[in-house]
Write a protein that binds this ligand. Structure first.
Ligand code: ADP
Ligand code: MG
Length: 688
């Protein structure tokens, strides 16, 4: 192959991929498709997995229908058989000590010719039953005497083969200038965590000597990614650490009065949380706190207590909710809790329009309201505050890092409290919410009973209705959740059709309301209120009630097509009941379902611990899906998996702390600092 470039000049990180011998404009275009433009991009294009040919099994014991590695001698080559137009079969018989198998090649004379009779090869592929012998179709193979038994597998694009990539990588690795592998980690840190050099990692991630080498390489690369992520988070946290113009006075008397006005005793966890928030508000730096608590743990009163304190100090509080329903509910709850303390509460949502909106905005700007509840229209919209000292965000997992950052930029650095009912493991929370301090409400209010959960098939629906009837007769209320509104060809139960069906069932005589996403805000409002005020016994709803809705008298939730929901969503839905001293029930109806759906339903019936459920969810779905890249606004990771790499996560957390302690502005580690800035810039671009 001709090298186009001047061979005496080494390649740098920024050299264009087309400077590489054998890469013409066609191939460069293919590379561009998978995001590779420079030599740096190429060398950091890591394999998605490996084929390890080092441990072949006898053909006889190789399991049919699974991927296997076998080793054998080519004993016979059966030349082309033209099956039909455009399909030619080549067969190679391979024999080991135990048995023979057929290797089938499609339209690939080139590979067929390359096999030499009497030579030994190692094959990797899916073993099939075959007519007379076991068979492998187009397996991956190497010669048995090939020293490197482990091969990388890359994500490719049509026209770009694994061999092309491997050969380009191999040439690049031979030609890069030494500075390419500059080492961002201090020597001491590397030896403490037993990490190979970055150069070793990049060379061995592509061309590992053996399985150990590839593991070591991956560990190093994942370590770098997570370390840089955490350093980036710490930098973000530092940035929001200006002074606040809203340092508050302790208002213990008012807080005590507020707490004793509640119809219940606070849990210890709630008291602790209120104390932490109160201390934060008195600090010179703005509060940046995440309040995490399982569904029903009582986060709202903590928010209300914070609002009391802000009000007593003469500041406004803004509370943002992810949905209108939730905003209206908070408006109502906070008005009830806070009006006795002289706080004036209002609600700003997309539904307040025109003149009404102008008037409302004017009053907010004049300081005629103390607590302003709303959807995120509050941050993006035209609302100006007179003296905004505290911002509370409910159900935080719907707001990304960047939205949080946008809020900090509101004038004077107001205090910030974010609340989330997605209980994620602490180590993970520290990453995802690394820019925040963490409080966990790890205790449910007294007297709550476990929610009894059953997974059943549609056959038992009528019996379930009779059961719900008993609950309604005892004065309780119930939710029924259906995944979609209109009936479609998938025969999904639609909420509207459902109401009709209910009329003919044992529940026919009760008042049922319908709630779905396509209704106008005021319609939703009316239905929710009717349900709250018990004018409705039953609420048939789509997932709009998923987050936060609080009607303590409801004790049953029936979820149709439960197999369609993810674990965290089911847990959220179930959290609509079990909000009082009455025993509550969750019934999951699912038809014939996949294994993974069965697993989810099983987990739901076995535990109600939100932390456990989110652990499972994380495992079942993987981190990308669980957090939703766009929602958490974190940069995407190439090697590391924040769900799976817990050990590295803990190590890098510790390492990042040490480095920052050593050099708070990171001037001692300029390369790490640069990488962190780069990662977050990319993350930002990706999140918008
Ligand atoms: P979440 O944490 O899910 O947002 P909420 O704040 O909506 O929970 O509270 C759930 C329900 O529990 C509400 O009806 C609330 O009034 C009630 N509640 C909150 N704290 C307590 C407590 N300490 N004792 C009894 N009930 C409580
Ligand atoms: Mg809530």
């Amino acid at each position: 192959m001709d090298l186009k470039r001047d061979k005496s000049r080494a390649l740098s990180k920024d050299s264009l991929i087309s400077e590489l011998g054998g890469v013409g404009s066609k191939r460069a275009e293919l590379y561009a498709k998978i995001g590779i433009n420079t030599i740096g991009n190429l060398l950091e294009y890591y394999p998605r997995s490996y084929i390890d040919c080092s441990l072949p099994v006898p053909i006889q014991t190789a399991e049919v229908n699974s991927h296997c590695v076998v080793k054998g001698i080519v004993t016979r080559k059966i030349p082309a058989a033209r099956i039909r137009q455009g399909l030619t079969l080549y067969k190679v018989i391979v024999q080991d000590e135990s048995e023979a198998m057929t290797v089938v090649l499609y339209n690939n004379q080139y590979v067929f010719d390359a096999f030499l009779s009497g030579e030994e090869y190692i094959f990797y592929g899916k073993m099939n039953g075959g007519f007379t012998r076991k068979e492998m179709n187009s397996p991956f193979f190497i010669r048995a005497d090939e020293p490197k038994k482990i091969r990388p597998v890359y994500r490719l694009t049509e026209g770009l083969t694994s061999n092309m990539l491997i050969s380009n990588l191999s040439v690049s690795l031979g030609a890069v200038e030494s500075g390419f592998f500059s080492e961002p980690l201090p020597e001491a840190l590397r030896s403490y965590y037993k990490l190979p050099t970055r150069e070793y990692a990049i060379r061995n991630v592509h061309f590992p000597e053996d399985g150990e080498a590839s593991k070591l390489a991956l560990r190093r690369l994942a370590f770098d990614e997570l370390l840089i992520l955490q350093i980036g988070m710490a930098m973000l946290k530092n940035r929001s650490r200006q002074l606040t113009s809203y340092q508050m006075q302790s208002k213990n008397k008012a807080l005590e009065k507020f707490c004793s006005s509640l119809p219940f005793d606070l849990t210890n966890a709630q008291k602790q949380a209120i104390a932490e928030v109160s201390a934060d508000l008195q600090s010179q730096e703005p509060m940046n706190r995440l309040l995490q608590g399982d569904v029903g743990s009582g986060k709202t009163v903590v928010a209300a207590a914070a609002a009391v304190m802000a009000k007593e100090n003469g500041y406004q509080t803004a509370l943002m909710a992810p949905t209108e329903i939730l905003a209206r509910q908070h408006d109502k709850t906070l008005a009830e809790l806070l009006t006795p303390f002289g706080a004036r509460v209002c609600c700003v949502t997309g539904a307040v329009k025109g003149k009404a909106r102008l008037t409302l905005n004017e009053k907010i700007q004049n300081g005629e309201y103390d607590v302003i509840v709303g959807t995120h229209a509050l941050i993006s919209g035209s609302t100006e505050f007179s003296n905004l000292g505290l911002v509370i965000m409910d159900e935080q997992h719907r707001f990304g890092v960047n939205q949080r950052a946008a809020l900090s930029e509101k004038g004077g650095s107001p205090h910030k409290l974010v609340m989330s009912a997605t209980p994620i493991p602490r180590t993970l929370a520290l990453i995802i919410y690394g820019d925040l301090d963490l409080t966990v409400l790890n205790e449910l209010p007294k007297g709550r009973q476990a929610i009894e959960t059953h997974a059943i098939t549609a056959k038992l629906r009528d019996r379930t209705y009779s059961f719900i009837k008993k609950q309604l007769d005892a004065g309780r209320q119930a939710y029924i959740i259906c995944p979609v509104i209109e009936e479609n060809e998938n025969e999904l139960t639609s909420a509207k059709a459902y109401i009709e069906r209910l009329k003919k069932s044992a529940l026919g005589e009760y008042n049922a309301g319908l709630l779905h996403g396509k209704m106008s805000a005021s319609e939703k409002d009316r239905v929710m209120n009717d349900f709250k005020e018990k004018k409705l016994d039953l609420l048939v709803a789509t997932t709009v009630v998923e987050v936060g809705v609080d009607v303590p008298n409801a004790t049953v939730i029936l979820i149709e097509n439960a197999d369609r929901f993810g674990l965290s969503q089911l847990h959220q839905l179930r959290g609509r009941v079990g909000r009082s001293e009455h025993k509550s029930y969750c019934i999951l109806i699912a038809g014939s379902v996949t294994e993974s759906a069965k697993e989810r339903l099983r987990i739901m019936t076995q535990t109600s611990d939100g932390f456990k459920i989110s652990e499972y969810d994380l495992k079942l779905r993987g981190a990308g899906d669980f957090f939703g890249e766009r929602q958490h606004g974190l940069p995407s990771l190439k090697v590391a998996d924040i769900a799976a790499d817990r050990v590295i996560l803990a190590e890098t957390a510790q390492a990042a702390k040490k480095l920052i302690k050593n050099s708070p502005d990171l001037s001692l580690y300029p390369e790490l600092k640069r990488l962190a800035e780069e990662m977050f810039d990319k993350g930002k671009a990706g999140a918008d």
